[in-house]
Design a protein around this ligand. Structure first.
Ligand SMILES: [Zn+2]
Ligand SMILES: [Zn+2]
Length: 290
């Protein structure tokens, strides 16, 4: 199954056979905009969708959610992303291409909402879904376009979350969870890229960073930390070993944190130094030997 397609309509062959039209995710689609004014209509549609799903009318549910997307509802896009990721009983089979498209539409809507109004629950739901797609259903090479596009969106969210004015304290665990998910996806990307360059350093760094965020009490994210740790241990062995002793002053880095603070000499890549000063001295040796 090939995933999307950013500039042309989704090919019907990869879609479930549905009578209604599927909104298409386009990279430069300025029509996609969250619209506050439609919130009453959207709420009614969401309620209606809720009723339909309770009475197991899945096709109807999908149609209503589609309609809500047309009114600019990121919730509906996220819900359709989820439905297409997990499937609905036996009625709707998982469709990962569609799932990705809907999740990206949701993110696109979110991008147009002022930061202060961001719903962290919604963003987390979308990023959780995308992480699952990245881990189990995307193929980095085959689905490169959509892969990179998702990463771009995730980086945008990560950057926005750094702004302390954006979100409230009570969301802190969820923001942590978001950081874990996003860093994990970035690490996955670096890992795939490292297969061509044989340079695992970035992937190792990112998996480590993922661990460093720390547990957040949200199951899925905490599980990811464990996974990141395993990946870190696995890939770490492929990064060339440098003695954790400063080549200039013999300072020995004894814990992981101190080791990561060492500066590896870019010239010989076989030794590390404890500080810029020591590195400078070491580099002078290279100059003299030239
Ligand atoms: Zn030193
Ligand atoms: Zn050197």
């Amino acid at each position: 199954m090939g995933l999307i397609i950013t500039k042309e309509p989704l090919k019907t062959s990869i879609l479930n056979k549905k009578s209604f039209q599927v909104p298409i995710f386009k990279e430069n689609d300025d029509d996609l905009k969250y619209n506050n004014k439609n919130s009453i209509i959207i709420n009614e549609l969401l309620n209606e969708a809720e009723r339909k799903i309770k009475s197991c009318e899945y096709t109807e549910t999908e149609k209503i959610l589609q309609l809500a997307i047309n009114f600019g509802s990121p919730y509906s896009a996220a819900k359709l992303g989820y439905n297409n990721l997990q499937g609905l009983n036996s009625t709707l089979k998982p469709n990962y291409a569609l799932s990705a498209a809907y999740y990206l539409i949701a993110l696109k809507f979110i991008k147009t909402i002022p930061n202060k109004e961001w719903d962290v629950n919604l963003i987390l739901e979308v990023i959780e879904g995308l992480t699952e797609l990245y881990r189990f259903h995307f193929n980095h090479q085959r689905d490169l376009l959509i892969w990179n596009h998702g990463i771009k969106m995730m980086k945008f969210i990560e950057n926005t979350l750094k702004d302390p004015n954006v979100l409230m304290d009570k969301e802190i665990q969820k923001i942590k969870a978001l950081k874990i998910h996003i860093t994990f996806c970035l690490a996955l990307t670096a890992e795939f890229e490292s297969k061509f360059t044989s340079n695992y350093k970035e992937a190792v760094n990112l998996y480590y960073k993922c661990e460093q965020v720390g547990r957040c009490g949200i199951k899925v994210a905490d599980k990811l930390i464990k996974k990141a740790h395993t990946k870190f241990r696995l890939l770490e062995s492929r990064v060339p070993r440098v003695q954790p002793i400063c080549a200039t002053c013999n300072f020995e880095a004894k814990n992981l944190k101190a080791i990561w603070n060492l500066l590896v000499c870019s010239k010989c890549q076989t030794v590390a130094c404890c500080s810029r000063e020591c590195l400078k001295n070491h580099l002078n040796l290279h100059k003299k030997s030239n």
